[in-house]
Design a protein around this ligand. Structure first.
Ligand SMILES: Cc1cc2nc3c(=O)[nH]c(=O)nc-3n(C[C@H](O)[C@H](O)[C@H](O)COP(=O)(O)O)c2cc1C
Length: 378
């Protein structure tokens, strides 16, 4: 482990072309590559961006109290989720409309993640269809579902995901309507309207059959009509659970009572998330919500987290507070914008290495021991 770590640092130091290392540099790099509208779409949060800022600030308010002299030579970062072992406690969060960042979009991301056996969670509003992504990359893949008003479209997409080899379904529950995105209004930018998120819809027979006409404008309008689904409730969740044999997770849980209801409805896993501060502004940061959700489910299902994870020490804090794994969001999108597939690989390599260093320097040598690590507010 120690040698591998030195190698990773030297690789970065010795490489001929400088690639941004920190999140701040990645963001700046992406800003230079992307249109103002696209960059603003990725960077921004909803409302006054209170929650966007809070996500990162809350991590900074937590401190690790490390142990020393505990022999961390045999570091094991593997995790087990739904019976499958993954080498790292990391997944890639569902991010839609990635053609905004790079033409190869989800294909590039899935190939980069496959290099490390990191699961990608493909968005409903991906730029390539779930079948195209499955054909391009053989690594582990989960499918994220945005509920459709026409629920048969939801069931059809889930069936396609099963057939294409996706291994879990993630239902996003904090997006029954779009958050109040001021930056996009300012930039007059809607990637959905530009067609960046239509791939899974224009390949779905049930969706297509539901349209009066199948021209491009009708497809976009059909997506907009389906994606606004304020009626979503626990009955839909229970029905979805019946319709799939895959593990079903809910993404966007912040309240411990919702976590309990999810377990009561047979849900297999939770993702504590506030959608990266893009939905309801003013909500609790994900990392502050995590311990309460973990406590409320009492080990019955794995609890994952995203929103504000920027570096290896954030991963350590989340796992120490009871997360089974973390999802990386904006950092990989910026990596994609800066350097395509290679850029995503760079971001992941640095995340993996910094996570390993951070776990080891905390005095812990396996993920399962991380919950005993002391975290304080200081
Ligand atoms: C540009 C962008 C697009 C996103 N698209 C989706 C999506 O299609 N489905 C979804 O469930 N979450 C989506 N999210 C939310 C992410 O899955 C994740 O919750 C969020 O990025 C975590 O916050 P962070 O990036 O600040 O760490 C998106 C986030 C961004 C930044």
């Amino acid at each position: 482990m120690s040698t591998a770590n030195v190698d990773a640092i030297l690789q970065n130091i010795g490489s001929e072309e400088y690639f941004p290392i920190s999140y701040e540099e990645l963001e700046q790099g992406a800003k230079q590559k992307m249109s103002a509208g696209a960059f603003g779409y990725v960077r921004s949060g909803a409302g006054g961006e209170e929650t966007l800022r809070k996500n990162e600030d809350s991590f900074k308010k937590l401190s690790i109290v490390p142990r020393v002299l505990s022999d961390v030579a045999g570091l094991d970062t593997s995790i087990n989720l739904f019976g499958r072992i993954y080498p790292h406690p990391l997944l890639l969060a569902p991010v839609g409309m990635l053609k905004m960042a790079d033409e190869q979009a989800d294909l590039a991301v899935a190939k980069a993640a496959a290099e490390h056996q990191i699961p990608v969670v493909l968005s409903t509003v991906a730029s390539y269809s779930m079948e195209e992504v499955a054909a391009a990359a053989k690594g582990p893949k989960w499918f994220q579902l945005y509920w459709s008003n026409n629920e048969e479209v939801s069931f059809s997409m889930v069936k396609r995901a099963e057939e294409a080899g996706y291994e879990a379904i993630v239902l996003t529950v904090d997006t029954v309507m779009m958050g109040w995105r001021q930056e996009d209004m300012r930039n007059r930018f809607s990637p959905l309207k530009l067609g960046y998120g239509k791939a899974n819809y224009e390949t779905d027979p049930v969706f297509l059959n539901s349209l009066g006409s199948q021209d491009s404008d009708s497809i976009i309008q059909g997506i907009l009509d389906n994606i606004h689904h304020p009626g979503l409730n626990w009955k839909h969740v229970a029905e979805l659970k019946k319709r799939t044999s895959l593990p079903l997770l809910l993404k966007g849980i912040l309240h411990p009572e919702d976590a309990k209801l999810a377990v009561a409805n047979g849900i297999d896993g939770l993702i504590v998330s506030n959608h990266g501060g893009r939905q309801l502004d003013g909500v609790i940061s994900a990392i502050d919500a995590l311990p309460h959700v973990v406590e409320s489910v009492n080990g019955s299902v794995p609890v994952l987290i995203d929103s504000g994870i920027r570096r290896g020490s954030d991963v350590v804090k989340a796992l120490a507070l009871g997360a089974a794994a973390v999802l990386i969001g904006r950092p990989f999108v910026y990596g994609l914008a800066v350097g395509g597939q290679n850029g995503v690989e760079k971001v992941l390599e640095n995340f993996i290495q910094e996570t390993k260093v951070s776990i080891s320097l905390s005095g812990v040598s396996s993920i399962k021991d991380l919950p005993s690590l002391k975290i304080v507010r200081a």
